[in-house]
Design a protein around this ligand. Structure first.
Ligand SMILES: Nc1ncnc2c1ncn2[C@@H]1O[C@H](COP(=O)(O)OP(=O)(O)OP(=O)(O)O)[C@@H](O)[C@H]1O
Length: 352
């Protein structure tokens, strides 16, 4: 008899990502994919060591399921599997819990395994500060161990929540595109469970008798994401039906593809709207579709020194009116002391 369907689903998701990682490792600089690494689970002495893949594990159901699937699949593909848990130090006893997670990961057969403690600052609010500290620690661990990739346990439900948060910001399809399956420096971070729902991950832990830890923050209504998880999404499901989570996750993928295509178009179009001195020509900008034009304007504002996190859609709309609704209006002040003004037929965006 095969594994429980939930276990089969999480293993398949991880297997696919490990295959991707191996294919990329075997194709540096366009060399056709060799399957040497895949065919030699046990390495002969003298051969380079097998690539290492780490799982970032909080001890919660999603990342414990991920760790168990990695522990199962990695040796079959000639990959070494390790784990890292980050102690945010935000609750008393968090260090003991981190040690417990380390033990569980070791029991699964992962090696190396480590707990790493971080100090969470305040910048950007509690969730963002914890996330920044966590990724810095995971980056450091990946570099220290020379890991080829770090797996994260975000599920389809997390993706749906991220899309809704983006929708509420009202800043275009990039913010609807949720989390990428591959992100970080050199594509370090992988999210194998973006198509796997939270219930499946939880079930997989249950049937494998894996103890999981439920983070009290996940149920704390002080956190926006927690309110969305426990109040927002259930209300949407009640009103729109059960398929809403899947539809939101699909929206993420479609939006990401659209946003990537528009970004590429904008990069290509930019060369055509600049004059010999690099100035932006208003008439040529006017002729472009708004989605492309606004991307060029945003890039120009960022290049001039406007901070990305403070540059909102409404700022770009204001600048856009210098092109599309020109009636002699004055300069537009943007974050980071950047100023956009129209001078003759040129748009000038610069600091000060
Ligand atoms: N303390 C931590 N140490 C290591 N990795 C973490 C930690 N917290 C989160 N992660 C990683 O980030 C992913 C997303 O975490 P988040 O807390 O947003 O979601 P979650 O649904 O609660 O996940 P989980 O059930 O695995 O805790 C986790 O699945 C895990 O891979």
């Amino acid at each position: 008899m095969g594994p429980h369907p939930a276990v089969a689903a999480i293993r398949l998701a991880v297997r696919r990502v490990l295959h991707d990682i191996l294919t990329e490792l075997n194709t540096p600089a366009g060399v056709p994919a060799a399957t040497a690494v895949e065919r030699t689970p046990e390495r002969a002495p003298g051969l380079p060591t097998a690539p290492l893949v780490l799982v970032a594990c909080s001890g919660g159901a999603d990342s414990m399921a991920l760790a168990s699937a990695l522990a199962f699949e990695a040796p079959r593909l000639g990959v070494r599997a390790g784990g890292v848990t980050v102690d945010h130090g935000l609750q008393s006893g968090s260090d003991l819990r981190a040690e417990e997670v380390v033990l569980r990961l070791r029991e699964l057969g992962l090696d190396p395994v480590e707990a790493t403690a971080v100090t969470v600052g305040r910048a950007g609010g509690p969730e963002a500060a914890a996330r920044d500290a966590r990724y810095a620690a995971l980056d450091a661990a990946a570099a220290r161990h020379g890991a080829a990739a770090v797996l994260l346990g975000h599920t389809r439900d997390d993706q749906a929540e991220t899309v809704l948060l983006g929708l509420a910001r009202g800043s275009g399809i990039r913010s609807l595109s949720g989390m990428a399956a591959v992100s970080g420096a050199g594509g370090r971070y992988r999210r194998p469970f973006l198509q796997v729902d939270r219930q499946t991950a939880r079930k997989a832990c249950m049937v494998q008798s894996l103890p999981v830890w439920d983070d009290p923050h996940n149920a704390d209504p002080a956190y926006t994401r927690s309110r969305l998880r426990h109040e927002g999404l259930p209300a949407l499901e009640k009103a729109l039906g059960k398929g809403v989570v899947e539809a939101l996750a699909r929206t993420a993928q479609l939006s990401r593809d659209d946003a990537d295509a528009l970004d590429t178009w904008a990069r290509q179009a930019e060369a055509g709207v600049r004059d010999a001195t690099g100035g932006l020509e208003c008439a040529k900008l006017y002729a472009l579709p708004p989605a492309v034009r606004r991307r060029i304007l945003r890039r120009a504002a960022l290049e001039a020194g406007a901070p990305g996190g403070a540059l909102f859609a409404r700022h770009i709309e204001e600048v856009d009116r210098l092109i599309t609704g020109w009636r002699g209006q004055g300069a537009i002040n943007l974050p980071g002391k950047v100023v956009a003004r129209r001078q003759g037929g040129r748009l000038v965006i610069r600091q000060g």
